[in-house]
Ligand binder design. Structure first.
Ligand code: HEM
Length: 512
């Protein structure tokens, strides 16, 4: 309103100077008056300006033209994966300080509160797709810490399908609808996974009912990768993160998911919004697992392999997150949120995990395309502390630059502080293009299968068989079956029976 009044005032002053009366126009715009994007009031929002009753529409009907132009530009590219999602604001409270492990400011003292924004999502299906479909679920958290934003961009399952970023576009292509038919097709993704035995563990997670959560509130979250914790003394430990839902874990059977889909396929978004609006704030405890680098060689698996959990390592609780506010606009917050594993803070660094290394590049890169070079100036992405960088200009920049020093080194501007240098790692060896060591593709999948109740095993077999039975290639089908057989003989046999496979063939392939 202030702006409108002052515009009117300067216009009035001009009129006064010219001796004209302003009595008729000196009222400020009523708060409810519709305006154009330049703030000017709209006189008619029902009828275009035409040449009489039979004539054509005038091109100088600025209001009409602006409306049509803006409408045609409403959509931005949806995320290439995780397009369907919903977010909420909240707070993370540290209850166990860990300065001996990390210098990260948010973990420095008990009782410290850090605002957060969380976005939950499905992975493969597009923006308006049913929330009932089987998929891992994204669980991305942006911590607005005093030393910058830290994004923990995880999933509701503790492992991943692949271990090298170079396979991610291929995997996603196989899981997305066919470029010819636009239909998702198990023939395509099982073809891909038959070449990726390391996916057996993740497939055993996602084909449980965990792949169809009952609500976003009732699922855990995992950072999946190993990250590095660095303390003030520069000591490094590897760390994995785990959000444990205080609401417990509840999933849908395939039958329940189909029933819900028939009546309300937005149940996850609705449940989250309605719970928060009713004051029933969901909470998650954050746990960390720590692994000293010296112990790496003693393990029979590679701890930097995203297809593996770290079994037998105790978790330590460090704090609790509460989601307590629904964003007042879906597009501004959930859609324009830019989570990136590259958003790290002092004390938390990426490990050498090859999948994570690719993600460090990929998210920041896609967000330059999806949202533009200045997307970190949008309220949902803006750090709480001042951003003092000499990166400048670009589309849609709202930075208020007050100095002509935009270079470094300089005499009177800002400078780096060497205490924030990256952790230094000893290196030796040569460059290579080779698989990681200790791939151990099947052991954890077998342990996972045996840890399930008999009902959970039955649902897992039924869910997997539903998709695998559609695979026409006998070779693909039997290779996949041989992986589950190698994980656990009972698992492989039951699945082979469920899809009318040839057990002798499965055993032969498993032995190779
Ligand atoms: C090399 C492997 C991966 C690549 C290249 C990759 C790439 C991407 C890209 C390009 C996006 C869209 C980002 C945007 O437009 O804002 C995305 C979203 C996402 N990814 Fe990944 N991804 C990978 C693996 C993973 C893994 C292992 C996890 C879980 C630990 C994960 C979790 C997520 C989540 C939660 C989102 C949605 C974030 C949001 O809510 O905006 N991704 N991924």
């Amino acid at each position: 309103m202030k702006q409108r009044n002052s515009t009117l005032l300067s216009f009035s002053t001009t009129l006064l100077a010219s001796g004209l009366s302003i009595a008729a126009i000196s009222q400020p715009l009523a708060a409810e008056t519709l305006t154009l994007n330049n703030g000017a009031p709209v006189g008619d929002n029902q009828n275009s300006k035409t040449a009489g009753s039979q004539g054509a529409v005038f091109l100088d009907d600025v209001h009409l033209i602006q409306k049509l132009q803006h409408f045609a530009r409403e959509r931005i590219p949806e995320r290439v994966v995780h397009a369907r999602g919903t977010g909420a604001h909240g707070v993370f409270v540290t209850d166990h300080a860990i300065p001996q492990l990390t210098r990260a400011a948010l973990f420095s003292e008990a009782g410290k509160e850090t605002p957060v924004f969380v976005r939950f999502s499905t992975v493969i299906h597009p923006k308006g797709s049913p929330e009932t479909l089987r998929d891992p679920r994204g669980f991305a958290t942006k911590f607005y810490t005093e030393e910058g934003n830290w994004d923990l961009v995880g999933n509701n399952l503790p492992v991943f399908f692949i271990r090298d970023a170079i396979k991610f576009p291929d995997m996603v292509h196989s899981l997305k609808p066919s470029p010819l038919s636009n239909l998702q097709d198990p023939n395509r993704f099982f073809d891909f996974f038959s070449h990726e035995p390391g996916a057996t563990n993740m497939l055993t997670y996602v084909y449980q009912d965990l792949g169809t959560p009952a609500s976003y509130r009732e699922m855990d979250g995992f950072g999946v990768h190993a990250y590095k914790f660095i303390n003030q003394a520069g000591q490094m430990n590897y760390v994995k993160f785990h959000w444990k839902s205080r609401q417990g874990i509840r999933s849908l059977t395939a039958k329940q998911a189909a029933e819900i889909q028939a009546t309300n396929f937005n149940h996850l978004t609705q449940d989250l919004y309605q719970s928060i609006e009713a004051g029933n704030f969901p909470q998650w405890d954050l746990y960390v697992k720590i692994l000293a680098p010296e112990t790496f060689t003693q393990l029979d698996y590679n701890p930097l392999d995203a297809t593996k959990i770290w079994p037998d390592i105790e978790e330590m609780k460090v704090g609790t997150m509460t989601l307590n506010r629904v964003p007042d606009n879906f597009f501004n917050y959930s859609e324009q949120a830019a989570f990136a594993p590259a958003n790290l803070v002092p004390g938390i660094e990426p490990s050498e995990d090859r999948l994570l290394q690719g993600r460090i590049f990929s998210y920041a890169d896609t967000q330059l395309y999806r949202l533009g070079v200045n997307h970190k100036q949008l309220p949902v992405n803006q750090p709480q502390n001042a951003v003092l960088s000499y990166n400048q200009e670009g589309f849609m920049n709202t930075n208020k630059v007050r100095s002509d020093i935009n270079y470094q080194p300089n005499r009177n501007g800002v400078r780096e502080d060497t205490k924030y240098r990256y952790h230094q790692q000893n290196l030796s060896g040569h460059s290579q293009q080779a698989a990681i060591d200790r791939t151990q593709n099947f052991k954890q999948a077998g342990e996972l299968y045996r840890s399930l109740s008999s009902g959970e095993q039955t649902n897992l077999i039924g869910n997997l068989a539903g998709d695998l039975a559609q695979v026409r290639s006998a070779q693909t089908k039997h290779l996949i079956l041989s992986y589950f057989y190698r994980a656990d003989k009972d698992y492989g046999k039951r699945l082979t029976r469920a899809v009318n496979g040839d057990l002798a063939e499965v055993k032969t392939l498993a032995a190779q």
